[in-house]
Design a binder for this molecule. Structure first.
Ligand code: ATP
Ligand code: MG
Length: 394
């Protein structure tokens, strides 16, 4: 079947009242961005309160629908066949051929749904529904009409230029177009959780930057490449991401040398948050995003999260906070990050981890331990920021 356009359905963004056009414009721009990666010429536009993609050249259907299924804001993708208006008899021939191409097996119920945007068409919608229904039944007696719950809802849209025929809806990813919800800084490690957290926040319309804390030579180039690869998967949904790679080795060694070992993870995480917040402010992000989930490990108890959170003034978004690991894994499989996340390269947290980390840290005690870093930490912090390597991932 050769579809000549795709009609894009969106739900949530349609309810935004006066701001509706902002959301539609963002959706159009995200669709254009997604289609740039696909071979072919497309024209994306808003028509009559909907978004329409005209296919101006040959294209690969699977590639196009795959690209569109990563664009947040889309709830449904309808592949459309256009025909010229050459009278009702010709239209019914076209519709009968459309059904044959689309549904080789005719054992279905159907309903004709005519929408008449061109009011001077010689028949009204109801007449088209009745007459077309009759012609379909004549052509395919095995088919049955069901006006309440049809297997096939066959839409015939009569427009000024042409007539549109469609019946299939491919489910879209939902959510809000990226860019409509501000920007956030994702703390992206090589694990399973943080890519999923980034995906979930992007789904709500938030553009992402990311930061990865690298600890060479304790963590390898392969570990870093793994994070770049994960960012690439996220960018399929979230658009281009500026990934900051921060060399965290000296700060980590300093903490290791001066602070009690059972507090290492918490203190290290507090410095990660401080640096992430610094970068976030510089790049106009409105919040930090982590893959933390309550109770998953010692550093993610309520006490630990309170201690980590205490260094931030920005909101910290933790979309996985109430998720079990298997729920997180399901999403990571869906967005294709799982296989990369489980590659066994070392993580900077696991190398300096204590045998028995505190699970209920007391913020005042942690702060007292951090005083031991007073002479050196400002300089190390400054150097870590100065040597920030930014990789644009898209
Ligand atoms: P993940 O799959 O995200 O690695 P995890 O269960 O291993 O999760 P932790 O190592 O405790 O969790 O880290 C909690 C969160 O802190 C991560 O989800 C991530 O947002 C952030 N984080 C941890 N390590 C790093 C790192 N090296 N660089 C950037 N962010 C990190
Ligand atoms: Mg981790």
């Amino acid at each position: 079947m050769h579809y000549t356009s795709f009609l894009i359905k969106y739900a949530e963004i349609a309810i935004k009242g006066k701001n509706r056009y902002l959301f539609e414009d963002a959706l159009v721009s995200r669709i254009n961005q997604a289609l740039k990666k696909v071979e072919g010429d497309f024209k994306v536009g808003k028509t009559q309160g909907r978004v329409n993609i005209e296919c101006l050249s040959d294209y690969d259907y699977d590639e196009v629908t795959k690209a569109l299924s990563c664009v947040f804001g889309i709830t449904g993708i309808c592949p459309v066949v256009h025909v010229e208006d050459e009278g009702f008899d010709k239209l019914s021939e076209d519709v009968i051929k459309y059904i044959d191409d689309e549904y080789p097996d005719k054992d279905h119920t159907f309903k004709v749904n005519c929408r008449r945007a061109r009011k001077n068409y010689p028949m009204d919608s109801q007449e088209v529904n009745m007459e077309m229904g009759g012609r379909i039944l004549d052509a395919y007696p095995e088919m049955k009409v069901d006006v309440h719950n049809p297997d096939i809802l066959l839409t015939i849209e009569i427009r000024d230029d042409r007539i549109y025929i469609y019946s299939k809806i491919i489910e879209g990813p939902g959510g809000m177009p990226v860019g409509t919800g501000g920007k956030g800084m994702l703390l992206l490690s090589g694990g399973i959780d943080s890519p999923v957290a980034g995906y979930m926040i992007a789904k709500r319309g938030v553009k992402l930057d990311a930061v990865y804390f690298h600890a060479p030579p304790y963590t390898s180039e392969r570990a870093k490449q793994k994070v770049v690869d994960l960012a690439k998967y996220i960018s399929r949904y979230a658009g281009p991401i500026n990934l900051h790679v921060i060399n965290f080795t000296d700060i980590q060694l300093e903490i290791y040398e001066k602070c009690p070992h059972d507090e290492l993870t918490i203190i290290m995480r507090r410095y990660m948050m401080r640096i992430a917040e610094h970068l976030a402010k510089e790049s106009e992000c409105l919040g930090l995003i982590t893959g933390e989930s309550l109770g998953q490990v010692a550093s993610q108890t309520m006490q630990s999260l309170a201690a980590t959170n205490e260094v931030c003034t920005m909101p910290v978004y933790r979309p996985l906070i109430g998720f079990d690991k298997n729920e997180i894994i399901k999403i990571s499989e869906k967005i294709d990050t799982y296989e990369t996340s489980i590659l066994p390269y070392e993580d900077c947290c696991t190398i300096f981890v204590a045998k028995h980390p505190v699970t209920k840290p007391n913020v005042n005690i942690i702060k007292r331990s951090e005083l031991k870093l007073a002479d050196t930490i400002d300089e190390l912090f400054k150097r870590a920021i100065e040597t920030d390597e930014v990789i644009v991932v898209s």
